[in-house]
Design a protein around this ligand. Sequence first.
Ligand code: UDP
Ligand code: MG
Length: 139
Amino acid sequence: MTGRRTFTMIKPDAVENGHIGAILEKISSAGFKIIAMKYTQLSRRDAQEFYAIHRDRPFFGELIQFMTRGPIVSAILEKDNAVDDFRALIGATNPAEAAEGTIRKLFAKDIGENAVHGSDSDENALIEGSFHFSGREIY
Ligand code: UDP
Ligand code: MG
């Protein structure tokens, strides 16, 4: 059981393809309450800091290029068991392996351009949410 908050981004591919509304609808229907949200674009520096944990992975350069190429929607979501339930809702990192009905299965192209981010732990949900939002922006 995880805590009551997680952090998400609707990534540039999903924004470009006009899926913001459909993805927010899936999130709301699954019982998540949006407690912070913004439409924004990551700078290279933002993306490198946000994904610092993946710095040494072979896909890092591609990931930074992708995540900075257009606007995103970032949000903090609230629900019981938020981190685990949201990871279940979005599906596997690779949409080819994602379960039917998951957000990545429905809207993602491949393992890189996979439509949405979801925090992988309560600790990272807090770090990631604080990276994007001040306390003043969370309601
Ligand atoms: N990624 C990629 N190639 C890979 C694995 C990951 O481009 O082989 C990208 C993808 O956008 C993914 C992000 O890097 O969502 C972070 O990877 P992670 O393993 O943390 O997956 P996630 O937690 O997003 O499911
Ligand atoms: Mg991850």
